[in-house]
Design a protein around this ligand. Structure first.
Ligand SMILES: N[C@@H](CCC(=O)N[C@@H](CS)C(=O)NCC(=O)O)C(=O)O
Length: 143
C-alpha cells in the first residue's frame, strides 16, 4: 500500500469511518492523522490549509494534493489501486454503487439531523455529524 498517502480523520466520525472501512475492504492500511473535532481542531489554521471546508476525512497524496469528500476519496483509491474493486466494474454496477452511496449519505445524514431536532438533542442541532453522533452515543448510555 502507498505509504506516501495520509488520511486525516476523526476516530468517531461516520464519514471518516466510511473511508476506513473502504481501506479495510481493500486490504490497505494508511498513516492516519487524528483531528480532534470536539476540541475544534478542524477550525485551526493547520487543518484549514488542508481542507478549507473544515471537515474530515481528507486524503493527502504524495504530491500534497488534498482530496476531500468520501466519494472522491473512494474514487481515487479505487482507480489508483484497482485490485479488489469495490465501486463496481460495469457501467450499471458503478451507477448503482453511486446511487446507494448518495442515498446513504443524504438520507442517513438527514435522519441524523432530524434526530438532532428532538427536544432531547436540540442543543446539538448545530453540531455536525461526528460531534452529534458522539453526544447521542453518550446520551444513549445514560439510564
Ligand atoms: N460530505 C462530506 C461530509 C464530511 C463531514 O461532514 N464530516 C464531519 C464528520 S462525520 C465533520 O468533519 N464535521 C466537522 C465538525 O464536526 O465540525 C464528506 O463526504 O466527506
Amino acid at each position: 500500500m502507498p505509504e506516501a498517502l495520509k488520511l486525516y480523520h476523526a476516530p468517531a466520525s461516520p464519514n471518516s469511518r466510511r473511508v476506513r472501512m473502504f481501506l479495510a475492504e481493500k486490504g490497505f492500511s494508511l498513516p492516519l492523522v487524528s483531528i480532534d473535532l470536539a476540541a475544534g481542531e478542524q477550525h485551526g489554521d493547520a487543518y484549514r490549509a488542508i481542507n478549507p471546508r473544515r471537515v474530515v476525512p481528507t486524503l493527502v497524496l504524495e504530491d500534497g494534493t488534498a482530496i476531500g469528500e468520501v466519494l472522491a476519496i473512494w474514487r481515487y483509491l479505487e482507480e489508483a489501486y484497482p485490485a479488489t474493486p469495490l465501486l463496481g466494474t460495469t457501467p450499471k454496477d458503478k451507477a448503482l454503487v453511486t446511487m446507494w452511496e448518495r442515498r446513504a449519505e443524504l438520507e442517513g445524514g438527514a435522519s441524523l439531523s432530524s434526530l438532532s431536532r428532538s427536544s432531547r438533542t436540540r442543543r446539538m442541532a448545530s453540531r455536525s455529524c461526528s460531534a452529534t453522533s458522539m453526544q447521542l452515543a453518550k446520551s444513549a448510555e445514560r439510564p
